[in-house]
Design a binder for this molecule. Structure first.
Ligand code: ZN
Length: 290
């Protein structure tokens, strides 16, 4: 776990498990266009899956609670994404416990989007059935992600992992569906950013003039920042590009930190050498943000 101060807020970045993927399988970028980027496209790369705890204004907010050991239920090919000889980190609740946060202490859970690496920790098994992992929390999901045909079809099947996660939380009356900007506290708001999924959303934290965007899967790798039109095959291209351009513009203007789920914390800086005129710079000593 890595912890940072952002104004008076505390940010804990919790890796719940790495996934091994190749960009070549994820994106369809013409070979000619990706000249000079082959070192990123050819090999399998290791991506962390990060849940984020934001402690601000006396409240704990968790973004994308994920449970590595439950992920395989969602995807028959999951085993191929586990890095060779990989030992997964302790489960999310164990990692939260080390910083004194219990599941009951979580006030808000924000789900950036409905993909399994972002929802697998929403619920846990107790006495043979699934219950919300964070019993006092209000959960926020993009309305279009809930209404998504794939999700609606999956939750109708009681045995599906989506029914055991999203379905259980919705049935418990703990989920709010979001379709526009939603303020959570005086320092935190949810901003819709569709494209990766129809209801994808971003969390903006602003504390004492410092800003952080937890951007979910708006980007998976720095090459997508240098080339904003490069994206995963499952994205809606028009909406994704618009969401990315909006984020880049705001992040530059606010000198904001960005934290994608599968990348380190960093900033977007101008760079005339790249296709999109910007690039990603990982934050070297983020403690200075305090
Ligand atoms: Zn993801």
């Amino acid at each position: 776990m890595t912890q940072y101060s952002l104004g008076s807020a505390n940010i804990s970045i919790i890796n719940t498990g790495d996934l091994s993927l190749s960009l070549k399988e994820m994106m369809s970028v013409p070979e000619k266009e990706r000249e000079g980027y082959s070192q990123f496209f050819e090999p399998k790369l290791q991506f962390p899956t990060q849940s984020v705890l934001v402690s601000s204004s006396g409240q704990n907010m968790l973004i994308d609670p994920s449970d590595y050991s439950l992920m395989r239920a969602y995807d028959a090919d999951f085993a191929s994404m586990i890095p060779p000889n990989y030992r997964q980190p302790p489960a999310l609740d164990m990692q939260l416990k080390t910083i004194g946060v219990s599941p009951e202490n979580i006030a808000f859970v924000v789900i950036t989007h409905n993909h399994y690496d972002h929802i697998s920790g929403l619920t846990k098994k107790s006495d043979g059935r699934y219950i919300p992992s964070f019993p006092s929390a209000k959960y926020f999901l993009g309305r279009e992600d809930w209404e998504d045909e794939r999700i609606q079809k999956a939750i109708k099947n009681e045995g599906s992992p989506e029914a055991k996660s999203l379905g259980v939380v919705k049935t418990a009356g703990m989920m709010e569906l979001v379709s526009e900007k939603r303020t959570l506290t005086d320092e935190v708001e949810i901003v819709p950013s569709p494209g990766e999924s129809p209801g994808h959303q971003t969390v903006r934290v602003n504390s004492r003039g410092s800003t952080l965007y937890c951007v979910g899967d708006l980007f998976h790798h720095p090459v997508e920042i240098e080339n904003l039109a490069w994206m995963a095959t499952w994205c809606e291209p028009g909406r994704m590009l618009e969401s990315r351009k909006g984020l880049v513009e705001r992040a530059l203007k606010e000198n904001a930190l960005i934290l994608p789920t599968h990348m380190p914390l960093g900033r977007i800086v101008e760079d005339n050498e790249t296709a999109s005129k910007v690039r990603f710079v990982p934050e070297e000593d983020p403690c200075d943000e305090a």
